[in-house]
Design a protein around this ligand. Structure first.
Ligand code: PGA
Length: 255
């Protein structure tokens, strides 16, 4: 089985200042990235600027929402529906980011509803999973990750080509602490095994991203790890040149 085409996502989180966004958009437009044939590159701006950024950068990058509503439409104050995103030309969404799970108390059941709505409405999904430090320390990592993925198992089986999985240890997000090469290798291998069990050969081709303190100076060594098919990047995605370097790391040969 050949190595899946790499995928890199940049999550801008809650950075809403228009000057910052405009400057970043301009820098991204003027920075050279690997070609679309080599790698899929996604950016997920804050919803306040999503459509503007989509209009400006849709020809160069995949543009995603950071979250999607579990509801279809109607009286759900503050929500953005999958149908609404799709009708505005947005084709991707993140789902299950640890900040949604933790800061907004979203359960696995909510992730399932969101994923259903996204798929029903033609969106593609970057589905995020990850363990906390205490779960890692008590050897619960794979139990936690499997539980998070299992809620969408049927959907993964039915629509494998619409998913990218992002493994993001919660303790590594925004902390500068990166797991060891062995920890990443073992976890990605176990995720791959589970995906293959569930989705047979489609599980071989599904991209598994690593996320958590990915920077221009560590991306290449992380990408060499088997079954790391790209990255989900937070802080370092706010700098166009650095983000381009992270994307370029996916051109390095796999181990
Ligand atoms: P970070 O965030 O790169 O700033 O650690 C990763 C993420 O939340 O996706």
């Amino acid at each position: 089985m050949s190595v899946p085409k790499p995928f890199v996502g940049g999550n801008w989180k809650c950075f809403n200042n228009p000057e910052q966004v405009n400057a970043l958009v301009e820098a991204l437009a003027n920075t050279e990235f690997l070609s679309k044939d080599q790698v899929d590159v996604l950016i997920a701006p804050t919803s306040l600027h999503l459509l503007t950024v989509h209009k400006q950068l849709n020809n160069k990058f995949l543009v995603a929402a950071q979250d999607v509503s579990q509801f279809t439409e109607g009286a759900y104050t503050g929500s953005i529906s999958a149908a609404g995103l799709k009708s505005c030309g947005v084709e991707w969404t993140l789902i299950g980011h640890s900040e949604r799970r933790t800061c907004f108390g979203e359960s696995d059941a909510v992730q399932l509803e969101k994923t259903k709505k996204a798929l029903e409405n033609g969106l593609n999904v970057v589905f995020c999973i990850g363990e906390t430090l205490s779960e890692r320390q008590s050897n619960e990592t794979m139990n936690v990750l499997i539980k998070q993925m299992a809620v969408v198992a049927e959907l993964l089986q039915k629509f494998p080509e619409r998913f990218v999985i992002a493994y993001e240890p919660v303790w590594s997000i925004g902390t500068g602490v990166v797991p060891t090469q062995e920890q990443i290798r073992d976890t990605h291998l176990d995720i791959r095994k589970w995906l293959v069990e569930q989705c047979k050969e489609n599980g071989e081709g599904m991209r598994i991203l690593y996320g958590g303190s990915v920077k221009p100076n560590n991306a290449e060594s992380i990408y060499t790890i088997p079954h790391v098919n790209g990255f989900l990047v937070g802080g370092a995605a706010l700098d166009a040149a650095g983000y381009a370097k992270i994307v370029a790391a996916t051109a390095v040969a796999k181990l």
